[in-house]
Design a protein. Structure first.
Length: 299
């Protein structure tokens, strides 16, 4: 007998061009065969479709939204979720799937949706950010790191997945010139030299030892702003290969803050949840616990 959940109508949004190659519809049918709710599905064709489809589904009475795709697809859907309180279900269908990994969501569709069948689910309200009017859930990147990620071949990204981003980070440290960065918070202005800047809402590099997953929580009312320094490349390379923890302060300056602004001596390319989005300067606003997720309980 299927568990009873307080949801009746789920709309699933699928990006058919995401990084995974699997029979999505068949897997969804199996995963939802005995779930006590009705569901329908729509697919995205271009950027902006996810936001539109989520918004329309909520307006038409869907009380649960599910998205299958990578971090960029999730970000697109996010634009149509806020300020609704309708919960969002994440399915890992991209190359890196960093949001799903950080939240402990299984990579397999049937496993990721098992909580709808068993009732072992809970809602979690998390912070999101608004960067130059674009919402984000996972992270904001700027600088040389963005340029190198964009230069990587798509097939190479698909083969290496999340490690292509680690490689890009190491390469950015070894080849880039630093530039002046001004971080303006409500309390102070910090003027520093940096190669790249990463704004983290949650941890995603837990297995590599580069970041401590217990220190970057998506509901603590703070962003972690990481200013990547030039140099000390060998330390980072050694950590990446040996899978050992590295003290981030050796190669980064870390700040925790809510809303803030960043200016740079020259325009830096911006990437929001893995997708290109303009250049610096950038104004970032923290929206505390503004998104509701439906997540599987830990075993």
């Amino acid at each position: 007998m299927a568990a009873t959940l307080p949801y009746k109508n789920m709309h699933v949004i699928v990006n058919p061009s995401s990084g995974q190659e699997e029979p999505v519809l068949g897997n969804l049918n199996r995963a939802l065969a005995d779930v006590d709710l009705t569901w329908d599905l729509s697919i995205t064709h271009q950027d902006g479709d996810g936001a539109r489809l989520a918004r329309e589904a909520i307006e038409n009475g869907s009380d649960l939204i599910c998205v299958y795709g990578g971090d960029g697809t999730i970000n697109d859907v996010l634009q149509g979720m806020h300020p609704s309180k309708v919960p969002l279900v994440l399915l890992a269908g991209g190359t890196g799937n960093e949001a799903a990994r950080a939240l402990g969501i299984p990579q397999n569709i049937e496993q990721a949706l098992a909580h709808l069948k068993t009732g072992r689910a809970y809602t979690r309200r998390i912070d999101i950010g608004r960067a130059n009017e674009r919402l984000f859930m996972l992270r904001l990147d700027m600088g040389k790191l963005v340029e190198i990620i964009n230069q990587q071949d798509r097939s190479f990204k698909k083969m290496l997945g999340r490690w292509s981003y680690v490689q890009a980070m190491v390469e950015s440290l070894s080849t880039a010139d630093s530039m002046g960065v001004r971080l303006k918070t409500a309390d102070a202005t910090y003027e520093r030299e940096a190669v790249s800047v990463m704004v983290m809402n949650m941890s995603y590099l837990d297995e590599s030892g580069v970041a401590d997953p217990t220190e970057m929580l998506p509901d603590d009312g703070l962003f972690d702003v990481l200013l990547v320094k030039q140099g000390l490349v060998e330390v980072v390379k050694a950590a990446t290969v040996a899978m050992k923890f590295v003290d981030m302060q050796q190669w980064m300056e870390t700040y925790q803050c809510g809303s803030f602004e960043i200016e740079t001596d020259e325009p830096m390319a911006l990437m929001i949840d893995g997708e290109d989005f303009g250049e610096t300067p950038v104004k970032v606003e923290l929206l505390p616990q503004a998104l509701t997720l439906l997540l599987p309980e830990e075993e």
